[in-house]
Design a protein around this ligand. Structure first.
Ligand SMILES: Nc1ncnc2c1ncn2[C@@H]1O[C@H](COP(=O)(O)OP(=O)(O)O)[C@@H](O)[C@H]1O
Ligand SMILES: CC(=O)N[C@@H](CCC(=O)OP(=O)(O)O)C(=O)O
Length: 255
């Protein structure tokens, strides 16, 4: 039995087909463990705009005031999370939507209150609730809202939350599902990139914006049990050649 973590980006959520969800359910029926971690940046933007609440990004992270935090939690936990749960139910599986606050799944620490406000980096992952759900054939669907040690909710980038979870559950597979076919360089999709190359592409500005936390999250989760992470398009058919694979140099030479 293998454990997979799928991070579904807000960029692609609205466009995912029934076949995508059916694919997840088929895997669960075969006995695989699947954990979904989702984003929802565009839906948060939409709601903030509707309420005329200003929000800006600094180095890819949303500056999160008390007002922004309320909307982030409402949209991610209350809206986006439940939409995914319902899609999975329609596809034939039981799913349970949680946020990182539930069962202390994600404990985080403020990165820099002056710069970002209530934004955190995950410091601890508890896998208890995830295990409980998986052993009962329920798909955990995790919204990236965490808590600090004092119970203060913190907004966490969804790619970083997924990466922390993939490492904590020792996932055999970790996939970022987004709105592009993979990492592009000079107009061409890169089929695979090694860790050093990935760092260079970030430094050169080839990998920018929302692709940065994905590639950094992929690099952070690479271990001996997880030697490759894939970035794929949620709206394209999935096969062995799909997307961009991020892998460590050493593993690439051995395999
Ligand atoms: N080198 C690159 N290759 C592909 N996409 C890139 C690259 N650099 C930046 N991007 C951007 O990253 C985006 C994906 O990140 P993001 O919009 O945050 O998606 P998600 O909501 O799925 O997390 C792409 O749509 C693209 O605009
Ligand atoms: C701190 C921070 O920036 N949090 C993100 C959380 C959602 C997210 O990451 O959504 P995507 O995966 O769709 O980008 C935000 O507020 O937008």
């Amino acid at each position: 039995m293998s454990t997979s973590v799928l991070k579904i980006g807000g960029s692609t959520l609205e466009k995912l087909s029934d076949t995508f969800y059916q694919g997840i359910v088929n895997r669960v029926e075969k006995g695989d463990n699947v954990i979904i971690v989702h984003g929802g940046g565009p839906a948060i933007n939409h709601q903030l705009e509707a309420l005329a609440i200003k929000s800006e990004f600094c180095e890819g992270l949303r500056k999160t005031t008390t007002d922004v935090l309320t909307i982030v939690e409402q949209v991610l936990s209350g809206q986006t999370n439940k939409e995914i749960v319902r899609k999975l139910k329609l596809a034939g599986a039981e799913a349970v939507g949680i946020s990182g606050c539930d069962g202390s799944t994600l404990i985080a620490k403020e990165i820099d209150v002056h710069k970002w406000g209530y934004v955190g980096n995950v410091t601890t992952v508890s896998t208890k609730l995830l295990d409980l759900l998986l052993t009962n054939q329920m798909i955990p669907v995790v919204a990236p809202v965490a808590m600090n040690q004092l119970g203060q909710p913190l907004n966490v980038n969804a790619d970083a939350a997924a990466s922390a979870i993939a490492a904590a559950v020792s996932a055999e597979e970790f996939v970022f599902v987004t709105d592009v076919d993979g990492v592009f360089h000079n107009g061409k999709k890169l089929d695979q990139i090694y860790s050093k190359q990935a760092e260079q592409l970030i430094a050169d500005g080839v990998i920018s914006g929302g692709m940065i936390p994905k590639v950094k999250g992929a690099l952070a989760s690479l271990t001996s049990s997880l030697n490759k992470v894939r970035i794929v398009n949620g709206n394209a058919p999935y096969d062995e050649r799909s997307g961009t694979i991020i892998m460590t140099q050493v593993k690439a030479i051995i395999s």
